[in-house]
Design a protein around this ligand. Structure first.
Ligand code: IPD
Ligand code: CA
Length: 301
């Protein structure tokens, strides 16, 4: 079946009802996550000891995938725990799902993890639902219809009073360590982190501070809210960013690539730079260029 993005975007009932379905599923996933007893010493690992998976990641994805396939048999499903490298994301309408984003936090009981439910058409993130069951915080957005916190507060939180962006040295920046701890990407990240923090007198950007809180989806929602100014990421996957992407753009933020000059970011491109809403697009682009000037090398995934 071929479905064009405009057929769905021009059909408000469908997008609204898909979003409502995803919100219901997010709450059901939250019950599983809140009822879980993860154990820091008894988790499975995928690539290494920093790349974790638990029985709860699998149970949440199974529940979501079963329900979505039953209700929307024509749409594809692209989920972290059932991902097959032979089946990459396509242009077809697809649910792009991370059952638990922030699994390291989840197993340690650090209350910063979420279920991330995205829907993409032509690989354009179109619906996003992100729910942190530890804090009962729900973010949601439909392309063209705005982004919301707990369904009633429009994002960004400061609304039309959103402040101007005023350079990296006045910014709170989010980065993540990821699970790959050697090689060229690791070098690029470490040297960039150092430059971001370093005193201007020594050639650094001297950002206000760096945050690394372990969930790409929640990081994007924080940029959408305006509580973080920028988020730079390399190495995560479409399921980590699809939902948060719509929420960010609908909140007036922008997302570009993680390497210098990458103005067109792809949802499955694995390297991203997200910038919060500001009074002018020019100041967002200037901040992207200033950030790219600090990147030490290139991210290659
Ligand atoms: C991880 C988180 C983390 C990001 C990693 C992701 P997971 O997702 O989003 O913030 O830096 O690249 O893999 O493994 O907790 O679903
Ligand atoms: Ca995950």
């Amino acid at each position: 079946m071929s479905v064009h993005v405009l057929d769905i975007v021009n059909s408000p009932c469908d997008l609204n009802s898909i979003c409502d379905t995803l919100i219901d599923l997010a709450f059901r996933a939250g019950e599983i996550i809140n009822g879980a007893l993860p154990d820091t010493g008894n988790t499975g690992s995928k690539k290494n000891s920093a790349d974790l998976v638990t029985e709860y990641d699998r149970a949440v994805e199974e529940m979501i995938s079963r329900e979505l396939k039953d209700k929307y048999p024509d749409f594809r499903f692209h989920g972290e725990e059932s991902y097959d490298p032979a089946c990459p994301l396509t242009d077809a309408p697809t649910f792009v799902i991370d059952p638990i984003d922030g699994t390291v936090n989840f197993v340690h009981g650090f209350p910063h993890a979420c279920v991330s439910l995205g829907f993409a058409i032509n690989r354009i993130p179109t619906i996003g639902v992100v729910f942190n069951p530890f804090t009962n915080t729900l973010y949601s957005a439909i392309r063209g219809k705005g982004a919301f916190l707990n369904r009633d507060t429009r994002l960004p939180l400061k609304g039309s009073n959103v402040e101007a962006l005023n350079g990296l040295s006045n910014s709170l920046v989010c980065v993540e360590w990821g699970s790959e701890r050697s090689g060229k990407n690791w070098e690029t990240k470490m040297r960039t982190f150092e430059k971001l923090g370093q005193d201007k007198e020594e050639g650094g950007a001297m950002v206000r501070s760096l945050r690394s809180i372990g969930s790409a989806a929640l990081n994007l929602c924080a940029v959408a809210s305006g509580t973080l100014d920028l988020y730079w990421e390399g190495g995560c996957w479409a399921w980590d960013v699809c939902a948060g992407w719509v929420i960010l753009e609908e909140a007036g933020g922008i997302i570009v690539g993680g390497n210098p000059g990458e103005w067109e970011a792809k949802v499955d491109g694995r390297k991203y730079l997200a910038i919060r809403a500001a009074s002018s697009r020019v100041s967002q682009e200037e901040l992207a260029e200033e950030f790219w000037g600090i990147v030490q090398g290139r991210l290659e995934y």
